[in-house]
Design a binder for this molecule. Structure first.
Ligand SMILES: [Zn+2]
Length: 132
């Protein structure tokens, strides 16, 4: 992949990362400001529920931020676009669609098949269990 395209991907990732950081800071500020302002137990319960949903969303974003940071490091260390499993180059089209791909299409498919087989195995075990 040409350096110009990689630089564009990096810039997009940095912008996305900054946006996520901004969201995280905003959530922290909002939660801090809301603490202790409600006396009604129903309002408190609703706030706690909202807080839980908000934190679950932020947790997903935290994982995304780690993936983005890792991808930026790969770019900076010149190993971007190299498959983690077989060390072959990852197809450019794949990287343009999924810029944080760590595996080539073939290795990704093998990984997913392996995961499906493992899950299917667990499913069969679960179904064979009977309440006699
Ligand atoms: Zn591979």
């Amino acid at each position: 992949m040409r350096q110009k395209k990689i630089a564009t991907i990096r810039k997009t990732l940095v912008n996305k990362l900054e946006h996520l950081w901004s969201n995280a800071r905003q959530t922290r500020t909002t939660m801090k400001n809301a603490e202790g302002t409600l006396a009604d137990p129903f309002d408190l319960a609703a706030m706690e529920s909202n807080k839980y949903v908000e934190l679950a969303c932020r947790d997903r974003e935290r994982v995304l931020m780690l993936d983005i940071q890792e991808t930026i490091l790969r770019i900076d260390h010149g190993v971007y676009g190299i498959c983690d499993s077989c060390a072959r180059g990852i197809d450019e089209k794949r990287l343009l669609i999924e810029p944080m791909s760590k595996f080539c299409t073939q290795c990704q498919e093998e990984k997913e098949m392996s995961l499906k087989r493992r899950n299917a195995c667990w499913g069969v075990k679960g179904m064979s269990y009977s309440h006699v």
